[in-house]
Design a protein around this ligand. Structure first.
Ligand code: PLP
Length: 396
């Protein structure tokens, strides 16, 4: 006798590319920060589909907006003016210093747009040959050929060469290495403020401000990848705002439409001049359905001050985890991150701890072998965070 999960697994293995190592869980239904499997088993979700469902699963206002828009207008293509896309553009620009936005369908696409914009701005507007993009070791910027080339982790690139040229990685936090790498060929520097896939590594604020300064002095674009950190997750609307940064270009995606595919590349008015009609495009990006969903997400985030809530919940969880650490000397090396983006660095490989948490009904992610990564919904009930800390305490 096989279980429903075993049967699904067998069907998947026969039919799908073997690209994913799955968790032993098939989610049938979800609401807020709760998941239910095919047999009705209940889980507390501390992962939000990798920082995507920031408002919680199946948020009623987003569901309503999507259902209504699905009956009105879903797609016409970017050949047409679309009011929903303009509404969204105006609303997202109110949250930052940028003057223009381009909508696409994923994080990798948003970074591709940023790289293309950096090159084209240099070629067409500034009339230079600068084309190189400098990124950091341990970074993650996506899995398309160009964004894999931009990513500072070898395992992402293995077997895919030749990758597009013009990307250079320097050690994270090393200002001198950055200074040496920047030259007449440099078009842009691209950084994450907190490296997510790299193991929840917050970068030093002083370092980031110095990198921005270096970019300004050398006429190099300063670009920030906010795909995971953005949209209130780390305690401010955009993480670069807490560090006093003003990137020329930044990218967003994951949480934009609370689970529907949506990405964006934002830039100052000056840099946005690099694109003109025909230079960059997408079929689906910024369509009425997705834009309406994203507009609702932004409105809820601003109305309910989810930046502040993420920050408050982050303090609460960190405080809980400090007690867990004190109760279990030597088990936790460090708790890193901000707001609702935290990494619990365990002293040893975390596979068994991660698995026991799952068995106890807590879904989180294990990255870099021993970092338990938490990306809960910004709307999570504090009691759920307390329950997680208690379960971790017992397991450790
Ligand atoms: C997830 C992520 C990406 C890639 O986004 P996709 O939507 O998977 O293409 C890029 N950069 C960062 C920082 C991310 O966290």
């Amino acid at each position: 006798m096989s279980t429903p999960l075993e049967r699904l697994k067998a069907r998947e293995e026969a039919a799908l590319f073997h690209t994913y190592g799955r968790y032993p869980l098939a989610v049938a239904r979800a609401s807020g920060s709760r998941l239910w499997d095919q047999e009705g088993g209940e889980y507390i979700d501390l992962l939000s589909g990798l920082a995507v469902t920031s408002l919680g699963h199946c948020h009623p206002e987003v569901a309503e907006a999507v259902a209504e828009q699905a009956r009105t207008l879903v797609h016409v293509s970017n050949l047409f003016y679309q009011k929903e896309q303009v509404d969204l553009a105006e609303r997202i620009l109110e949250t930052c210093h940028c003057g223009k936005v381009f909508f696409c369908n994923s994080g990798a696409e948003a970074n591709e747009a940023a790289v293309k914009l950096a090159r084209r701005y240099n070629r067409v507007v500034r009339e230079t040959d600068a084309h190189q993009v400098i990124t950091l070791e341990g970074s993650f910027h996506g899995r398309t050929l160009a964004t894999a080339a931009a990513t500072g982790q070898e395992k992402i690139k293995q077997g895919f060469d030749p990758l597009p040229e013009g990307f250079l990685h320097v050690p994270t936090g090393d200002l001198e290495a950055m200074e040496q790498a920047i030259g007449p060929q440099t078009a842009a520097v691209l950084v994450e403020v907190i490296q997510g896939e790299g193991g929840v590594n917050p970068l030093d604020g002083e370092y980031l401000r110095s990198v921005q300064e270096l970019c300004r002095e050398n006429g190099v674009l300063f670009m920030v990848d906010e795909i995971q950190t953005g949209l209130c997750r780390t305690g401010s609307f955009w993480a670069f705002q807490e560090y006093g940064l003003e990137p020329d270009v930044f990218t967003s995606a994951k949480a934009m439409a609370n689970g529907l595919p949506m990405g964006a590349c934002l830039a100052t008015d000056e840099v946005a001049r690099g694109f003109e009609p025909g230079s960059h495009a997408t079929t689906f990006g910024g369509g009425p359905l997705l834009s309406r969903a994203a507009l609702t997400v932004l409105d809820v985030m601003r109305r309910d001050r989810l930046d502040k809530r993420a920050s408050d919940m982050g303090y609460r969880l960190k405080e809980n985890l400090r007690h867990v650490s004190e109760n279990n000397p030597g088990a936790i090396e460090e708790v890193r991150g901000r707001g609702m983006m935290l990494g619990i660095v365990l002293a040893e490989n975390g596979q068994s701890v991660w698995r026991r948490l799952l068995d106890e009904g807590f879904v989180c992610n294990l990255t870099q072998d021993r970092v338990l990564r938490l990306l809960p919904a910004l709307t999570i009930d504090p009691a759920d965070l307390d329950a997680f800390a208690e379960a971790l305490d017992t397991i450790l």
